[in-house]
Design a protein around this ligand. Structure first.
Ligand code: ZN
Length: 345
């Protein structure tokens, strides 16, 4: 067991790249603990050991941040599944589980808020109050249970992201604000993604960028522009799927028969671990500071990405040694060269 140090997120970012890892909701759905559709993390109360185990697998893979599984654990979503009475307990327990496992290594604990589905850009004043109340409630509990910083993610609206940022700053915590990028160029309230990141940085966000929706090929070109536009730290957490110019998001990927692959039939589009390792290297070369993965992510990707960035993770003890494979051992080539991808192609 490693002793947890007191190095906070900003110190770590100053020293080098921080490796993140998310996609807990997708992974726990695949494992049979979360219902696809509502995607409410009921697993926190129903099977806490499953959450602990997944945190532990990401930690062993080299992830430096345990993100509390409070994604969609807000009032609006819990009402959908008839569990709004569990709201406080679910939020507190999620932070506790992240804390427990973070202390098994040297990881930080991030509180987590996301798009609420309550924000209405045509009525930003009154809908904004509802959003603010949800964030204050969730993060109030998170702070009491113990977090190091907050990740506000998959923000569809700049307006909603700014509310999250304000709530985090009033709590005196570092803020990482990342946007969803479902639309081709702009947030749903009409801001170019790069401009939206710049506005967030101007309002005091410590880390800005994108998470979810896009694979490396369609996320990196936007991230490169964000990097050039903001003075603060930049985050990129793509999904490990082969998005491309005609289907820039995983929501737009189609199976051969023309049906939508999102969210339950995405397997044919998965990147392999070498390609995600290559993403990590290219993101680092672009000057991205927080490099991770989102929906579809799992520990083997994080380990490959961590190793590509020169780290040795606890799970590196069991990293491939294909030269010892009885059949393939004599045919092994330098794996990193074999899979190098030109993301801009
Ligand atoms: Zn995601």
């Amino acid at each position: 067991m490693t002793q947890r140090t007191t190095r906070g997120i900003l110190t770590r970012l100053q020293e080098g790249v921080v490796i993140g890892g998310e996609g807990y909701v997708f992974e726990l759905e695949r494992r049979g603990y979360i219902k696809a559709g509502p995607y409410v993390p009921e697993v926190i109360l129903d099977f806490p050991e499953a959450v602990r185990e997944l945190h532990r697998e990401f930690l062993r893979a080299g992830c430096e941040v345990m993100v509390a599984l409070t994604y969609y654990a807000h009032r609006e979503k819990l009402r959908d599944v008839g569990r709004e009475n569990d709201l406080e307990q679910m939020n507190r327990q999620a932070v506790r589980l992240a804390n427990e496992v973070a202390r098994e290594g040297d990881a930080l604990i991030a509180g987590n808020i996301c798009n609420t589905w309550s924000y209405d850009p045509n009525n930003p004043e009154s809908s904004g109050k509802v959003v603010r109340a949800q964030y204050e409630e969730q993060l109030g509990w998170a702070v009491e249970e113990g977090i190091d910083f907050v990740i506000a993610e998959t923000n569809d609206y700049l307006g909603e992201a700014l509310i999250g940022l304000d709530v985090i700053k009033k709590l005196g915590l570092p803020a990482m604000i990342t946007l969803a990028s479902v639309q081709p160029e702009q947030t749903r309230d009409g801001y170019d993604y790069v401009e939206a990141c710049k506005i967030l940085a101007d309002h005091g966000a410590d880390i800005v960028g994108l998470n979810c929706d896009r694979g490396p090929a369609t996320m990196l070109p936007i991230i490169e522009k964000v990097r050039a536009a903001v003075p603060c730290y930049v985050a990129a957490q793509p999904v490990p799927y082969k998005t491309h110019s005609h289907a820039p998001t995983f929501e737009s990927l189609e199976l051969e028969n023309g049906t939508r692959a999102f969210p339950l039939a995405l397997e044919p589009f998965l990147h392999n671990r070498f390609e995600m390792a290559d993403f990590a290297r290219q993101a680092q070369a672009l000057g991205v500071n927080y490099i991770g993965i989102c929906c579809g992510g799992s520990p083997h990707y994080v380990r490959a990405m961590a190793e590509a960035l020169g780290r040795t993770a606890p799970a590196s003890k069991y990293s491939p040694a294909m030269e010892l494979h009885p059949m393939l051992g004599t045919q092994v080539e330098a794996k990193d060269e074999v899979f190098l991808t030109d993301w801009k192609a």
